[in-house]
Ligand binder design. Sequence first.
Ligand code: AMP
Ligand code: ZN
Length: 473
Amino acid sequence: MENKFQIYNTLTKKVEQFIPNEDGKVAMYTCGPTVYHYAHIGNLRSYIMEDLLEKTLRYIGYDVKRVMNITDVGHLSSDADTGEDKMLKGAKREHKSVMEIAKFYTDAFFGDCDKLNIKTPDVVEPATNCIEEFIRVIEGLLEKGYAYENGGNIYFDTSKLEDYYVFSNQNEKELLVGVREDVDEDENKRNKSDFVLWFTKSKFDEQELKWESPWGIGYPGWHIECSCISMKHLGEYMDIHCGGVDNIFPHHTNEVAQSEAYLGHKWCNYWFHVHHLNDKSGKMSKSKGDFLTVSLLESKNYDPIVYRLFCLQSHYRKPLEFSYENLDNMAAAYDKLVKKIGSLNKEGEINQAKFAEYREQFESALCNDLNSATAITVLYDVLKSDLSDAEKYALAESFDEVLSLNLMTAHAAKEKDNGVDAEMERYILAKIEERKAAKKEKDFAKADAIRSELLEKGIVLEDTREGVKWKKA
Ligand code: AMP
Ligand code: ZN
């Protein structure tokens, strides 16, 4: 098939034509959540944009297989293999077992994803399911001389690689300072950048989940999880691997190192990274404790889909600053948008040539490094155009396969709250317009007559600074 999708590749630092290994098929991998706490809306920004990527690829015709891990062991407080296991920290905080915490927050994560219309990947694999795979790959790395045992742990030897820092031209020292602040250096490492593949010795004896291994009872490092889980389900070659920008180093750097050392060839061609959601104090992060969740937004009466729209309105490669003011603006825009779509009369002929022309514009925005804001502008252009209602409706319905903004159902759902059906709402909106025109022509008698007519039908009009609003009497 035609490969028209262009995407920025962190590996080459260029926007490139996306050409999968197998024609028409895409093998896609996503780093899943570490399930020791709720996902914050920053994490969910990454998953929304990855969902958009997957849906775009499907929309333009690819058959996508997407795999995601669930990190339920091995992710230590510092990405540089030191500190306490995040899962254990969560378990202690809540006086529960690690598996209870994992189950609770995995369910909570998928609950949030549902509310944001994030599709569940084809394969979701918890790390604790794959201990055998981890051990097999680590054994392979030891055999090939890429790993060594020291002090009971197994380490990856980064000095064996020609180019360990595949994603950056940053110098080694800068990167190491960045991740190792306030952290004791592990004396067992031969090189500062080496990382743990399997732990048997750690500073905390009470690690709850441990498994037998050829090197003693222990548990896997975080990075090996993603390499093994992707190989298990996608084979030796992968097309595109996703995560937030904080995953680039050390997590993805280490994934590339160990996967390619083990396989003996290039592993993944395209790397997709989503920039962070920040708040006033900087990057939103779980470890800060004070973070925004989907439930918190709901408790403040926001529809979670408004947050999805907020994310789609900005490019995934730019940092995004969260504020309630911006979210309020988005909520107002969303309301107008779904009201407009809800008032369309969907019956009628579709001119296929016009349909194809707008669909092409929508696709080309997304194929241009996933420019979702421009894709949404195409939707607005459609609604403003001289297309028929039926054509507008059909296009909005098609675009929503990718945008997933409940464009076709949100209004009907709100109607239930409003207590009027779509036809009545169309009628009310038309009458409001008619009244506006009458007032403009200073025909106040007509304007009053319209108000009275609506009142008889049980609808009250209110003139506010933001315009005319209506409600049921
Ligand atoms: P974690 O559950 O911490 O392993 O993170 C899950 C995903 O969220 C990873 O892909 C991270 O890179 C990403 N992530 C973490 N913090 C943010 C943030 N503030 N904005 C966007 N993505 C983030
Ligand atoms: Zn990962």
